[in-house]
Design a protein around this ligand. Sequence first.
Ligand code: FE2
Length: 263
Amino acid sequence: MNYIQPSIIFDEINVFNNISYEKALDMSLFFKTNDYLLINDVLTQEIKEYLKQKITFDQHNYINEKRQFFREHNDDSCSCLISRFITTIKPFYEYVLQIQLTNPVGFGMKYNENSDCKPHYDNYNMPISSTICFYNEDKISYPFYIDNAFFNNPHPFRLTVDDKNGIPEENKRKIDINDGDIGIFRGRNHLHWREKKYVKDYRAILIHTEDYTYNGKLVSYMSNNNATKANINNVKNILTYALTDLDSYDTFRSDYVMYFSNN
Ligand SMILES: [Fe+2]
């Protein structure tokens, strides 16, 4: 593992502020214990401005999609840049988590007043997720939450539990990801969501990466072309159907009890 912060330069711009090895070690231990991590003010001003300029949302992709929680996805023309960016910054994640990771996938996301990110668990090829906020127009506090309860999602795809109020208060971990901050979490194991708020314009890059190992070696579902890929169309009409929705946290916990740890 890296003992020195890797120098990450993207299109001649320094991406991250300095984090000492001691600090990185503390962060990695925190993540190991809590399954999430917030790194405040870690993006340089220059990269925030560059991303704001380069990642556009003029096509309003998915803006009216309930399944996408009414968030806008980046324009198609920016996908290459985003892909290049997240590949470039992977060593930074390995430094602060002290975990070897596969090449991430990701996209730009713009939240607005209609966005409503419901509590959900991520797909099976996304054990670790991250939100990199690079712009927050009115500097509003727009908290992201995770449920402390550990869960093994038996479904391959997203599982939504649309019951923010049913989640016990003591389980909620509030993670205030403002512009320049990075939040990292195990979205496969912890329910996560956003507070519904009046948000003028909040932009982030969302990334997903893997730390699955086999015989001590990192294995990747996402970048292995030989892996048998689950096909949404093949699992229709059975319990594993993609994007399962439930609407009561208590019922969910009692029905899925064998998939929770005892917290
Ligand atoms: Fe998610």
